[in-house]
Design a protein around this ligand. Sequence first.
Ligand code: ADP
Ligand code: ASP
Ligand code: MG
Length: 412
Amino acid sequence: MPVLVMKFGGTSVATLDRIRRAAKRVGVEVAKGYDVIVIVSAMSGETNKLVGYVEETSPLFDAREYDAVVSSGENVTAGLMALTLQEMDVPARSWQGWQVPLETTSAHSSARIVNIPTDNINRKFGEGMRVAVVAGFQGISPEGRITTLGRGGSDTTAVAFAAAFGAERCDIYTDVDGVYTTDPRICDKARKLDKIAFEEMLELASLGAKVLQTRSVELAMRYKVKLRVLSSFEEQSDEAGTLVCDEEEIMELNVVSGVAHSRDEAKMTLISVADRPGIAAAIFSPLSEAGVNVDMIVQNISEDGRTDMTFSCPTNQVARAEQALKAAQDAGSINFHDLVADTDVCKISVVGIGMRSHTGVAAKMFKVLSNEGINIKVITTSEIKISVLVDRKYMELAVQALHTAFELDKAA
Ligand code: ADP
Ligand code: ASP
Ligand code: MG
């Protein structure tokens, strides 16, 4: 029988009522003749609560125990979903990551999927089971320890299962009815897109649009998984939601398709470091060894052989970055006068495949921000995106102004 993957995010399984509602949607697909793999997240708020417990217990926690704790929210919803389906007379059972087993690397808290053997679940399908409910977000390392795939990782579990089982489609059920031109929670003029190209979705996700985890889009692109984002709260037709697809399937490519924001950014500046060959390596190697994800980098002009070096990284990695740079200073491999962290910034990005063939997008973006009196602190560009770092208090204003200026507002 054809296989369908259906993933339900935290808000879609937040209560027993919602689990019932989700299970009914699964029942509809089973009735159509699909064998269904359901991937569930933890109930909304649950993972944050578990992360909080870990951080309070042990600030410099052992990542293996972090994973043991934070993966547990999904175990609850997987079991409850299987029970709910059984109550509806749909043959179902739950699977935790290790039972599949969903094999991952040992990079705890951000592990990568290595392999998903299909034989266990397929054997059960062969025996008449119609729904395999799998706990999202979790797997097992070569050492036999529980791993997690990074926040939002259930999306990636879903796409990986769709690829492994050759599913006809991977439907991501969430609390919005598709992918929007920007986060509908911060811009009420955001418009739902019927289709979005993989590459654009990849940029939007990695630049902060958390509707899909970046890695899930990468996998969908690589394995040609038909990926759809839709609401678990509305009645659905086959055309509902947003299809993430190849750009060839989209009639008209926009110069700008979306605006993304990321609140979770910090800007760090090393003041007055010696400007000599090898200085960038001396700064960024220890950061990378400490697991700091450096994003934007700017080296200022130098004077008297010294320069300022600025970079951005996630806010929760500032302490680790400071520790690594001070250790390098103590070891004598770098020498700076001061290290300043600005944690009150955010990143705003515009994304669009059409940018490849259009000039002037960056200039227009800068003009729009300047008209709003917003100062730009750092800029980076790539072929299909432009990102800027600005003060966090301007986040909503910047998103809304750019959304309007690039003609993304929905028809009034
Ligand atoms: P789930 O719990 O179902 O995985 P998430 O909270 O992870 O849901 O992702 C859905 C949220 O993503 C939406 O509620 C919305 O606020 C946010 N979001 C950010 N950018 C976008 C976008 N461009 N389109 C749709 N949703 C977006
Ligand atoms: N529950 C996990 C999280 O909140 C995984 C997910 O929902 O995708 O990050
Ligand atoms: Mg999510």
